[in-house]
Design a binder for this molecule. Structure first.
Ligand SMILES: [Zn+2]
Length: 197
């Protein structure tokens, strides 16, 4: 049997960059920590990142290069574009969560009972396709996020004329189209037209 005792003691850089599956050590020498996995007694990196050997506590971990993906959660404030409106529901394509842009697309649904504290007769007076809406996630089922605009600061941030598509301007609590003169109704957020997207 060949001895490779000398190489076992070789110094390792603390900020070494590793790839998933890369061998980091064995369980006899280190306790596997976050970002690692063990197979047949050998510790491997589970992510792309920087490996850190804690020689004092004999632990090895890998700090991921790419942080966990941003996804909507119950309680998140999301921004999305309305793409479908039915009498009782509106479908929203969520593209921001808690001020972070999303790489993927998430589906949201706003039900008429979650629009505002008072009664709403029809979803068509709440939002229309292409509107930009800000809402809170109240539940999630099968990757569909159920939204609410009940809170005072939530609702439509940008709306577009259903007649000509022009951006609507807020004047005395109603929305005016300066191109065709159309006047429309929405569940307007207090900072309508002022939010940076
Ligand atoms: Zn118009």
């Amino acid at each position: 049997m060949k001895s490779n005792r000398s190489s076992e003691h070789s110094e390792r850089k603390k900020s070494q960059f590793v790839l998933p599956g890369e061998r980091l050590g064995v369980i006899e020498e280190f306790v596997p920590d976050s970002g690692t996995y063990v197979k047949d007694g050998v510790i491997h990196s589970g992510v792309v990142g920087q490996v850190s050997f804690d020689l004092l506590n004999k632990r090895v971990s890998v700090h991921p290069l790419v942080q966990e993906a941003t996804v909507p959660k119950v309680g998140s404030i999301v921004v999305g574009q309305v793409y479908g409106v039915q009498p009782e529901n509106a479908n929203v394509r969520i593209f921001r969560v808690d001020d972070k842009s999303l790489s993927g697309v998430f589906s949201g649904v706003l039900h008429i009972s979650d629009v505002q504290p008072s009664y709403v007769e029809s979803m068509f007076s709440v939002c229309k396709p292409n509107d930009i809406i800000r809402a809170r996630v109240i539940s999630e089922k099968n990757q569909v996020f159920h939204l609410s605009t009940v809170d005072k600061d939530l609702g439509v941030d940008y709306a577009f004329c259903s007649n000509c598509g022009y951006a609507l301007e807020l004047k005395r609590q109603s929305l005016h189209c300066s191109r065709c003169g159309h006047i429309e109704k929405r569940k307007i957020a207090p900072d309508y037209g002022k939010v940076e997207l």
